[in-house]
Design a protein around this ligand. Structure first.
Ligand code: GDP
Length: 467
């Protein structure tokens, strides 16, 4: 989805605006390599369009002297990443030096910038916003983030300029559909996928933040118990895979050297865990997202989970250290309840609702075998193929009236066909060439899952207008 950045000096009302725009959907704290936890991401839906939004000013320095460098940092984040930028100023105070400096940097970039003059709580003073045109922006909006004034106009203008997101699709898709099939003679074609499936082996990535028990689980799964080797700083290590056979099925745990790698500081280890997760997912079919039962889903877990979801790999959520919360609790809390815990995890990782959830203790060896079973299952599901005939019968049965989507955002689907596996990717042949409405896509995905399963794997959709 396209990204909108909100920036401005401290106290102009960035956070209030951010919260206003995202409602309750505020979610993931960024912790990407090279950048500290200084920005907050959220999701925003406006007139059935969908975007991500980043508050670049997550940490506000108290020290006035630090403000200029803070401004540079914000500008850099916004300019690097965003498709549109909202600069916020305080309409009730004079412009300050940091406002001018931030405006200067943003204007130089040539990006589309919207100036939001905030704290305009009454309509009468709206004209005062005009004074702020001296900053040099063309698009000036008087708003009150707190009282919800002027927000609609601002969003209309911002969304107008956003690029339409393309559904990222497996490479082979274009190839398969070079020529359009005749809908009257839907003949299943040979499907191609990223590397044909070797049914004897599934590549598994163990991902998660430090100390959730990745190495312990690897040891439990592979039946080995090697001591943890810390790499010497500055040296690189080759990826080492570990292969295990269970039930006549091969499991390849990718880059096990990386799983054991520890950072020097907590922050470094955390950053490393994100980098490793992304790298390991690239080489895998299935990601095991490990959660520490004693800590629940943390922001960093959600971040790593987000990467897993976007990678198109299958995901299994593994709640580890379950032994520590069910019995001898040191904190006086009652033993954890699996049902309530499941709800919490599901709530925190909403976008992974298709992922199976397991409760294990890697250290005690409890329920570890269920990991093998579940990996095998999701590996099968991710390569499942639905014929065009099955798909058409399914489509005829779907009651699209039940999708809570505005009429003008609905598309008519003439037919639908699976163009790729791993992840299952469907091409919808529609009456219009539009991006699928978020709610519509959700609805369709749920229907597909109800009919065909696809447990553990994301499902991708691609729209093609017929004629
Ligand atoms: P990693 O950084 O994710 O690889 O985490 P480690 O495997 O090094 O585990 C971190 C700590 O948690 C170690 O002290 C483990 O012994 C402990 N641990 C891991 N899994 C469990 C578990 O299931 N139960 C308990 N009680 N401790 C665990």
């Amino acid at each position: 989805a396209p990204l909108i950045a909100v920036c401005g000096r401290p106290n102009v009302g960035k956070s209030t605006l951010f919260n206003r725009l995202t409602g309750t959907r505020r979610s993931i704290v960024g912790d990407e390599p090279g950048i500290t936890r200084d920005r907050i991401y959220g999701e925003i839906e406006w007139q059935s369009e969908y975007a991500r939004i980043v508050d670049t000013g997550g940490v506000v320095p108290d020290d006035e002297a630090l403000i200029p460098s803070e401004i540079y940092r914000q500008a850099r984040v916004a300019l690097d990443e965003a498709d549109a930028i909202i600069m916020v100023v305080d309409g009730r105070t004079e412009l300050a030096a940091p406002d001018l400096e931030l405006a200067r940097i943003l204007l130089r970039s040539g990006k589309h910038i919207f100036l939001a003059v905030n704290k305009m709580d009454t309509v009468q003073i709206t004209s005062d916003a005009e004074n702020f045109r001296q900053l040099g922006f063309r698009d000036v909006f008087a708003i009150s983030a707190e009282h919800n004034n002027g927000i609609g106009d601002l969003l209309d203008a911002v969304f107008e300029t956003l690029p339409r997101p393309e559904v990222e699709a497996p490479e082979e898709l274009e190839e398969v559909w070079e020529e359009e099939p005749d809908p009257n003679a839907p003949k299943p074609r040979k499907l191609r996928s990223h590397g044909e499936y070797d049914s004897k082996e599934t590549k598994v990535a163990i991902i998660g933040r430090p100390n959730v028990g990745k190495s312990t689980l690897l040891n439990a799964l592979t039946g080995t118990d090697r001591s943890i080797v810390s790499p010497i700083a500055g040296t690189t290590r080759d990826a080492v895979d570990e292969l295990v056979e269970r039930n006549g099925h091969g499991f390849r745990f990718v880059d096990t050297a990386g799983i054991r790698r520890k950072g020097k500081t907590t922050l470094m280890a955390e950053k490393l865990s994100v980098i490793m997760a992304r790298k390991h997912l690239e080489a895998a079919d299935v990601g095991l997202l490990i959660i520490d039962a004693t800590e629940g889903v943390a922001a960093l877990d959600a971040n790593i989970g987000g990467y897993a979801h976007e990678s198109g790999r299958s995901v299994i959520i593994v709640v580890n250290k379950w032994d520590l919360v069910t019995t001898h609790r040191t904190d006086g809390q009652p033993p954890a309840d699996q049902k309530a815990y499941t709800e919490q995890v599901r709530h925190a990782l909403k976008y992974l609702d298709y992922a199976p959830l397991l409760f294990i203790s890697a250290a005690e060896g409890i329920n570890v075998n269920s990991v093998f079973r579940e990996v095998q299952k999701v590996a099968r599901e991710r390569r499942k193929r639905v014929t065009t005939g099955q798909m058409n019968r399914f489509l005829a049965d779907v009651d699209f009236q039940r999708a809570s989507v505005p009429m003008n955002k609905r598309v008519k689907i003439y037919y639908m066909t699976q163009a790729a596996v791993a992840p299952p990717t469907f091409v919808l042949f529609t009456d219009r060439d539009v991006k699928l409405h978020f709610g519509f896509e959700r609805f369709l995905e749920n229907q597909v899952r109800e009919a065909f399963g696809f447990v553990g794997t994301p499902i991708w959709f691609k729209v093609k207008a017929r004629n």
